[in-house]
Ligand binder design. Structure first.
Ligand code: PGA
Length: 246
């Protein structure tokens, strides 16, 4: 897995946004898988700017979200439906018919997961998957121990993830489960951009890149991906050995 290290968060975000924009220009009906969280905010800001000032169009692009909390209605302010609308989909010219986010209120969540996988297949598979990394190495909501051959499914969130995300919820109300694109779903993407910013990600980044490839460190799976690139700011790269950064 190649690592690109940028001086700061803005430079990293601009470079990652360029990859998405380029793909969208080359292939207007490209299929993207996108994350939520703090890390991708800079990419979305930059892409929205490019849409407004440079005419970057997403009219025919297809978007799949990595994950959604189970039990949250699409209009819940902490849902990833709302996050994506507020930060991206409603600020560009996305076609709602080409935007897919798992339904956290599905009566049959397992069927919803199958429907999601089928929609990805029908779209022709993911061209570009953009990911953050959790402090525990999770990608999407694939927590440590997630099988590398897993597909979109219902998962339990780890205590540490619930704690990190707790501020989005009323006391003790952080959901315990989510629907996440699986490890194999992510791995099948033609290209993967794994983004990390800040010293609180440095340990996970170093473990993913330098320790053994193991299901206990989900992001390490990407080391065997033919086209996965790490986008890091200097702080997130600060625990890496000398052979990788640069
Ligand atoms: P963050 O989340 O971007 O908010 O740090 C990343 C993740 O947990 O995958």
């Amino acid at each position: 897995m190649r690592a690109r290290v940028f001086p700061d968060y803005n430079a990293m975000s601009a470079a990652a946004a360029d990859v998405v924009a380029r793909r969208s220009n080359e292939e207007p009906s490209a299929v993207f898988m996108l994350p939520t969280g703090i890390t991708p905010l800079g990419i979305y800001r930059r892409l929205v700017e490019m849409h407004r000032s440079e005419g970057l169009s997403f009219a025919n692009a297809n978007f799949f979200n990595l994950d959604e909390y189970l039990g949250l209605a699409p209009d819940h302010r902490a849902s990833y439906h709302v996050y994506m609308k507020e930060h991206f989909y409603e600020l560009i010219n996305a076609d709602p018919a080409r935007v897919f986010v798992p339904d956290g209120t599905a009566i049959d969540p397992e069927a919803e997961c199958e429907r999601y996988e089928a929609a990805i297949r029908e779209a022709g598979g993911i061209d570009v998957c953009v990911l953050g990394i959790g402090r525990n190495g999770h990608i999407g909501f694939n927590e440590p121990g997630a099988p590398f051959d897993s597909r979109t499914r219902v998962v339990e969130l780890s205590e540490s993830t619930r704690k990190v995300n707790a501020s989005d919820f009323e006391a003790d109300r952080a959901p315990e489960r989510a629907i996440t694109a699986g490890m194999a779903t992510i791995f099948d993407s033609k290209s993967v951009l794994l983004l990390a910013s800040g010293t609180n990600k440095a340990g996970a980044v170093a473990a993913a890149v330098e320790d053994d490839v193991s299901e206990s460190m989900p992001a390490s799976m990407l080391r065997s991906h033919p086209n996965a690139v790490l986008f890091l700011d200097e702080a997130a790269a600060s625990d890496l050995g000398h052979g990788v950064a640069g």
